[in-house]
Design a protein around this ligand. Structure first.
Ligand code: GSH
Length: 153
């Protein structure tokens, strides 16, 4: 499912970390037996298979990759409080921001206007709160200096 933002999130992470992988496309209208086998609960993509073992849910996959391939860049800080804060904002982007973004793209008229307003409200919330997580200011992002929240965003 080439257009899946969740799949792209995992591909982007693998590419930033320099990990070679084989990409297998899934037809979500006609799901394969492999998808049923590797993600029997949700039957969704992405699924990352490492040494025959499947991992599902993009944010969980991202953390797994970061903890397994400890090469730079590290996506999450060691500090448990900072880590918890970043996890919270990643799931906010992943769920709340993404949900309204999809609504903007798929609605019309009044519903679209409402969705656009909601989208900007959520982005503004993130923009204000992010300053508490990064009091030192937003830094330039490049391949060596990128965090979990950057990737999610
Ligand atoms: N929370 C999941 C969402 C994954 C997801 O919704 N994948 C969609 C493609 S964008 C899917 O596989 N949909 C198939 C279905 O719902 O049957 C994640 O972050 O990995």
């Amino acid at each position: 499912m080439w257009a899946s933002p969740f799949v792209r999130l995992v591909k982007l992470t693998l590419e930033i970390k320099g990990i070679q992988y084989e990409y297998v496309e899934e037809d979500l209208v006609n799901k394969s037996l492999v998808l049923h086998k590797y993600n029997p609960v949700h039957k969704k993509v992405p699924v990352l298979v490492v040494n025959g073992k499947p991992l599902v849910e993009s944010l969980i996959i991202l953390e797994y990759i970061d903890e397994t391939w400890k090469n730079s860049p590290r996506f999450l800080p060691e500090n448990p409080y900072k880590k918890a804060q970043l996890r919270f904002w990643c799931s906010f982007v992943h769920e709340q921001v993404f949900e309204t973004m999809m609504l903007v793209l798929t609605s019309n008229g009044e519903e679209e206007e409402k969705a656009v307003k909601e989208f900007f409200e959520r982005i503004s919330t993130l923009e204000v709160e992010i300053k508490n997580i990064f009091p030192e200011g937003i830094q330039v992002i490049d391949q060596k200096n990128v965090g979990l929240l950057d990737v999610c965003f």
